[in-house]
Design a protein around this ligand. Structure first.
Ligand code: ARG
Length: 582
């Protein structure tokens, strides 16, 4: 359990012993640091509930607090805000606790089974910056949930059943009519795909352009999509091969982004559940036919705004995004019985998920206890504040964005690193840190501006600043080891600069909890910056390795070690790896 949580439990008991009914006393980081490090605001609530003056209650509480050796500078501000600070002894004990390992000094969540649906790459299409956000946020939430003790299943949920399948197959038919899969008597024979990934990156945009320009082409694409959905042997064989080819690139990019999935399933995998799902909906009398389509009414009495019905089968018998998402829930509940399913997608998919979740609850595919959560994110914009474009005005693909940041980080690389292969590898790691940190810095649902040169900088709230600082901590610890220091005894603190580092450190569990509750990483990225800059201030004020005071020196080394491990722990949650040098 975390140190702060233990203190909160003790405080709660203490207040209960004073005769008050209260569930929990919270230690809030102080809004006015000059008055204390933390504040306790519950006197107000207690005053209201017990019909008495909050200040009187605050006074009773502070009298008790005075008896507890962990606190100092106890005072009451305003009508009943209690301010407290911790003693040096408390901080030293906390540091000793944290030396035992970060995993032990954080607070676990109740163990739950969570499926996280993120990534969402679309087969045969290029990944764009929206997919970057889904991968970054989803991967970090997965890692956070795991660290906090949850069972997590990560599913890439590939987009593979949409209109792009018909478009691509149509274009392939035009280019390679002789392919065996197009022959009428196709018997499932194997064949070689005559295209490369590079060809594919041209084929889809070309096919899409043609279909948009020509209604017949569009109709053909729709028909082919339907054939694929129905399992046409030849078209499916071809589409599966295209999927494998496309996945080579998709997997590489996810790997570059330190993103990994337990399941690489897609929309098409949900097709196995569609017949049973529709049957069950039919039996529950939840389906209606409207203008040829099969729909489900999902309105609720309390609705203030109009809620359109969810379409499950189109007039032509085809399935859509709603069908596959509902069938995916149906399948996931049967296979995994998760407590929660989290979905990462652009804010604009909000209505889609509300519809699907409502349908699932109404059909009782999920119970009251199952939490389906849409975790929407905002857009990453270019420096002009508009959706990111390439220099020549084209759509910014994820690959080209990574290249762009890579250019920036290569410029700033330490000139002492000369080996070309090493240079390339390190620049890439720094680029990923720049990209990920910037992407996880704002609250996830807000749009933000990504400026490659700003976020590649070694100063400020950037990934490279954190990497650089962490590497420096590591190297300091290495040197200490070379000088014979193996374990670092916590003896004494020098001043407020040291104390501020520890004060920041003990708040970590609260930061993790907030990130988990809000499903946003911004508190973690902010915390990393705060901890690192507070540590760097301490580092620049003190000469740790050459200090003549052994007691300070070992305490400082202990602090350095815990800060370094905390940084590595948090960077790992964010999916950022740290090079040995940069
Ligand atoms: N493929 C979708 C897209 O590119 C994202 C998928 C999100 N997940 C889901 N279960 N619908 O927008």
């Amino acid at each position: 359990m975390s140190i702060l949580k233990q203190v909160e439990i003790d405080l709660t008991k203490m207040v209960q012993q004073l005769g008050y009914t209260i569930e929990k006393i919270n230690l809030q980081p102080s809004g006015r640091p000059e008055l204390g490090e933390f504040q306790i605001n519950e006197a107000f609530q207690l005053g209201k509930e017990n019909h008495c003056n909050p200040r009187e209650i605050a006074e009773k509480i502070t009298t008790e607090l005075e008896k507890d050796g962990r606190f100092q500078n106890i005072n009451i501000a305003g009508a009943g805000f209690i301010n407290i600070s911790f003693t040096e002894e408390f901080y030293k004990q906390s540091l000793i606790e944290m030396q035992k390992g970060i995993e032990n000094s954080i607070d676990k969540e109740p163990k739950k089974k969570i499926i996280i649906d993120y990534g969402g790459a679309n087969v045969a299409k290029t990944l764009h910056v929206g997919h970057l956000r889904s991968a970054n946020i989803g991967e970090a939430l997965k890692r956070l949930a795991k660290k906090l003790g949850c069972d997590v299943i990560a599913d890439a949920h590939l987009g593979d059943s949409g209109l792009q399948s018909g478009m691509v197959v149509s274009e392939m038919k035009e280019r390679y009519p002789e392919l065996i899969c197009f022959q009428e008597n196709y018997q499932g024979e194997d064949f070689d795909l005559p295209i490369t990934n590079e060809d594919l990156s041209i084929i889809y945009p070309e096919a899409s352009r043609k279909a948009k320009a020509n209604e017949d082409k569009m109709e053909e694409a729709r028909e082919l999509t339907l054939e694929i959905q129905k399992g046409h042997p030849g078209y499916n064989a071809l589409w599966n091969k295209i999927k494998d080819l496309s996945l080579i690139d998709i997997r590489r990019i996810y790997q570059d982004l330190n993103t990994s999935f337990d399941l690489w399933e897609g929309e098409l995998d949900s097709f196995a559940y569609i017949p049973d799902m529709l049957k069950e909906l039919e039996e529950k009398h939840l389906l209606e036919i409207s203008e040829g389509a099969t729909i489900m009414d999902i309105r609720e009495e309390t609705d203030k705004k109009e809620m359109p019905p969810i379409i499950l089968v189109k007039g032509n018998g085809g399935y859509i995004y709603e069908t596959t998402d509902l069938a995916t829930i149906y399948g996931r509940m049967k296979r995994f019985q998760p407590d929660e399913i989290w979905y990462l997608a652009d804010n604009r998919q909000d209505l889609h998920f509300r519809q699907v979740f409502r349908a699932s609850n109404k059909a009782k595919f999920t119970t009251e206890a199952t939490k389906l959560e849409f975790i929407g994110f905002g857009t990453m914009n270019g420096p002009d504040g508009k959706p990111f474009k390439t220099r020549d005005g084209g759509v910014m693909t994820l690959g080209s964005l990574i290249d762009l940041v890579n250019e920036e980080t290569t410029k700033r690389l330490n000139p002492m690193i000369t080996d070309p292969e090493e240079k390339k590898q390190i620049a890439k790691m720094i680029a990923i840190s720049a990209l990920k940190y910037a992407d996880l810095l704002p609250y996830r649902a807000t749009d933000y501006v990504f400026e490659p040169s700003k976020f590649a900088d070694l100063e400020g709230k950037t990934g490279p600043y954190l990497l650089y600082s962490t590497i420096r901590m590591k190297s300091l610890l290495r040197k200490a080891k070379e000088n014979g220091y193996e374990t670092y005894e916590v003896k004494k603190l020098k001043n407020d600069t040291d104390k501020n580092v520890l004060l920041t450190l003990i708040s970590l569990p609260k930061v993790l909890k907030k990130a988990f509750d809000t499903k946003s990483l911004n508190d973690i990225t902010e915390f990393l910056y705060k901890l690192t800059s507070t540590y760097n201030k301490f580092y620049s004020e003190n000469h740790i390795l050459t200090s003549k005071d052994e007691e300070l020196k070992t305490t400082w080394l202990a602090m350095t070690e815990v800060v370094c491990k905390t940084n590595l722990f948090l960077l790992d949650i964010l999916g950022i790896s740290v090079p040995e040098k940069m």
